[in-house]
Design a protein around this ligand. Structure first.
Ligand code: HAM
Length: 427
């Protein structure tokens, strides 16, 4: 029964401790993995100029912006993604920095999306980016970070895979099957959505909007179904036109193989990515069962920094959201059980011992222990119940007898064993 007259906005979440525990579990894993790869954490403001997103992010995101005019007449928007902020921040300071720049962040982002499973109107997104390195080693490095982020949470190659494509390669393939240059972006749009529409509908669009004949549609479909570079090379035959991009992808897979991560990666030319700024290798991470939306998406965006007025630096990175990931962890039974806990719960037998217990509590806290107690007079039975509820490891009982003997009774809440601890030890 709802008791408050103020409902939470649709698509937003509350985080009571039991839910915040999962979010923290995920974010701590993300942070550990990013640091292991030598990345530094950064952040930016949650509100940015509207201009930053218009044109840079692409139509889809712009249509979902939470934007308004502020009291100083500035058109502003809540950040729907981090990449434009990263580009803006670096535009101001990258010149003096040594390259490559390895930065990560975990912003809360806002998009007015149609509500569906795995998509809310706010989410936390792990952003990991390398700026200033054009070579394929950087592309492989960021996808390795994404994979290890999920492995750190207990997921394996049976649970998820990275589906990798390359926009330049796809562009070359479209040339090989006969898509005219001015129809390429229409073709990208259809391929981006091809998995989510009926086959007849896709064929119709490929004919009418992309301008392919029946045989070319068939050929394109066969090429899009290739799941390895060898398979793709066979399908393209000697026509060439994509040799350089294929060699690049082979190097990329080779690096991941050396890292022992090749099992997590497959070629999939249907991965286009909705955002406007990608220029090279792009990827998305999905659950293997194919039941959930993308867990993570990213790729190379070599022009964005220049577009926002900064140094012309190549860049590559990804964003991984907490929503789909939380669902996947729950399905695989990988959500740690939430249990409140404190090291010590202090129980005065009568109120006369409270002052001494408060002194002890302070000593223990200063030594770094967590300590709780009832804040007002209660019977010992009620206090012991509270100790259980708070998840106390040890209860310290202090009564008139103990005061006289100069000790407290420590009860191990797991075993029930009791022992005396001299007050002098707690001085
Ligand atoms: P994106 O594909 O828009 O990329 O989002 C990345 C991930 O964020 C998605 O795969 C999904 O897990 C999560 N996500 C996005 N929207 C929602 C939503 N409404 N609800 C829940 N989760 C969501 C980007 O944002 C790029 N800026 C990533 C990037 C960083 N590229 C390079 N560097």
């Amino acid at each position: 029964m709802a008791t408050s007259e103020f409902a939470r906005l649709p698509g937003f979440r509350d985080f009571p401790p039991e839910d915040l525990a999962l979010r923290s579990h995920i974010q701590e894993a993300w942070r550990r993995v990013a640091r292991r790869y030598g990345f530094s954490e950064y952040d930016g403001p949650p509100l940015e100029s509207l201009d930053l997103y218009v044109e840079k992010s692409g139509e889809e995101i712009v249509g979902q912006l939470y934007d308004f005019v502020d009291k100083g007449d500035r058109p502003v928007a809540l950040r729907p993604e981090m990449t434009p902020s990263l580009a803006r921040i670096l535009a101001d300071r990258s010149r003096g920095m040594s390259k490559p720049i390895r930065w990560f962040s975990m912003p809360q982002l806002f998009r007015y999306e149609r509500q569906q499973r795995g998509r809310l109107r706010e989410h936390f997104q792990w952003n990991v980016d390398i700026v200033g390195e054009a070579g394929v080693g950087a592309d492989a490095e960021v996808v390795a970070v994404a994979i290890d982020g999920l492995r750190e949470l207990g997921l394996t190659s049976e649970d998820f895979a990275a589906r990798v494509s390359d926009r330049r390669l796809l562009n070359a393939v479209l040339g090989v099957v006969g898509v005219a240059s001015d129809r390429r972006s229409a073709a990208f749009g259809v391929i981006d959505k091809i998995e989510r529409m009926p086959a007849e509908k896709a064929d119709e669009l490929l004919r009418d909007e992309v301008g392919l004949n029946g045989a070319a549609v068939e050929r394109l479909r066969a090429i899009l179904a290739a799941s390895s570079i060898d398979e793709l090379a066979d399908l393209l035959g000697d026509e060439g036109g994509a040799d350089e991009e294929m060699a690049n992808l082979r190097d990329y897979i080779g690096i991941l193989m050396s890292m022992g991560l090749a099992d997590f990666v497959e070629l999939d030319l249907r991965i286009v990515r909705g955002l406007a700024y990608y220029t090279g290798i792009v990827f998305e991470l999905f659950d293997r069962k194919g039941e959930l939306r993308a867990i993570c998406g990213g790729g190379r965006y070599d022009r964005l920094l220049e577009l926002v007025g900064g140094e012309a630096l190549p860049a590559v990175g990804f964003g991984m959201g907490d929503v789909v990931l939380g669902e996947l962890l729950a399905e695989r039974d990988l959500v740690p059980e939430y249990r409140p806990r404190v090291d010590y719960f202090l129980v005065p037998i009568t109120e006369d011992q409270r002052a001494e217990l408060l002194r002890i509590a302070h000593v223990l806290r200063e030594r770094g222990h967590s300590v709780a107690y009832e804040l007002r007079e209660r019977g010992v039975g009620k206090q012991m119940k509270a100790a259980t509820r708070e998840g106390a490891d040890t209860v310290l009982l202090l009564g008139p007898d103990e005061m006289e003997r100069g000790c407290v009774v420590a009860r191990d809440m797991q075993t029930g064993e009791e022992s005396d601890v001299p007050l002098s030890e707690l001085a």
